[in-house]
Design a protein around this ligand. Structure first.
Ligand SMILES: Nc1nc2c(ncn2[C@@H]2O[C@H](COP(=O)(O)OP(=O)(O)O)[C@@H](O)[C@H]2O)c(=O)[nH]1
Ligand SMILES: [Mg+2]
Length: 251
């Protein structure tokens, strides 16, 4: 009996260059993240033209881990062992071939109990100022541990940004450490977060289980590259998927 081999033509040819998927494009873009600058106060931040995406959240919410996971860099946003001490605003540049087309901002975590009250108030003001006045701010990612829910400071922050979200500022309420939740808990937390996010997005994320990474990456890419703004060196056909659902040429 002769054994029949499947026709080789049926096999996908590994040498053929498959077009990058939207998630791959977004992930490659995020991987370009590099340290730009750090500022102890808002007024030390350089004025920038490129879209800026800010990461905010209470200390220990998983912000550094999230930034490091999205950018696939272990030490980009230093996962501090002393929560509340990393009180600087850190900027990271994004963009292929060294051309910055967006920046990520890592804002200091807030709400850490051991921080003196005066420092807390000061940081609330810095944060509110940043969120209200930063001209090139395109979007905000508010990270929240769903086991704790939104804290009072998160609520204050939401109130501060709500008018800007209504004016078109992008917003994502990201529920971190989703691996700590059961499916039912995760479902419930997401439903609540969707309501809290108002006109913005809500998603589940887990660095440990690598959950939500593609979705968040694609969303951030879309924020930084609205319709008609696609980088020339990406495969246009592969981009349409990512760009179509949120692209608003008027935005
Ligand atoms: N189980 C789990 N733990 C996480 C996850 N992300 C962060 N953590 C842990 O939560 C703690 C705080 O994380 P970190 O990124 O430093 O929080 P930050 O203070 O908001 O920057 C650390 O012990 C992390 O290891 C996650 O997705 N799953
Ligand atoms: Mg941190």
């Amino acid at each position: 009996m002769t054994r029949q081999h499947p026709p080789t033509a049926a096999k996908p040819t590994s040498s053929a260059k498959a077009p990058a998927t939207p998630a791959q494009i977004a992930s490659g873009w995020l991987h370009t993240a590099r340290f730009l600058t750090t500022a102890p106060e808002l007024h030390f931040l350089p004025a920038l033209e490129v879209p800026e995406i800010a990461f905010v959240g209470r200390s220990n919410a998983g912000k550094s881990t999230c930034i490091n996971t999205l950018t696939q860099q272990k030490q980009l946003a230093f996962a501090s062992r002393k929560p509340g001490r990393t009180q600087h605003i850190n900027l990271f540049s994004l963009g292929k071939q060294g051309v910055t087309d967006a920046v990520l901002t890592d804002l200091p975590g807030y709400g850490y109990a051991a921080v003196p009250r005066q420092d807390k108030i000061r940081w609330q003001q810095v944060m509110a100022n940043y969120l209200v006045t930063r001209e090139n701010l395109r979007g905000i990612v508010l990270l929240c541990d769903p086991r704790l829910g939104l804290t009072e400071l998160d609520e204050i922050l939401l109130d501060v940004v709500r008018p800007r979200v209504e004016e078109g500022l992008q917003f994502l309420l990201l529920l971190t450490k989703a691996d700590k939740l059961t499916r039912v808990e995760a479902h419930k937390a997401l439903s609540i977060a969707r309501l809290q996010a108002g006109g913005g997005h809500a998603m589940l994320f887990s660095a440990t289980k690598r959950q939500g990474i593609d979705e968040v990456s694609r969303l951030l890419w879309q924020w930084a590259h609205p319709a008609g703004d696609a980088p020339a060196h990406t495969d246009a056909a592969a981009d349409t998927d990512a760009a179509s659902d949120s692209a608003d040429p008027a935005a």
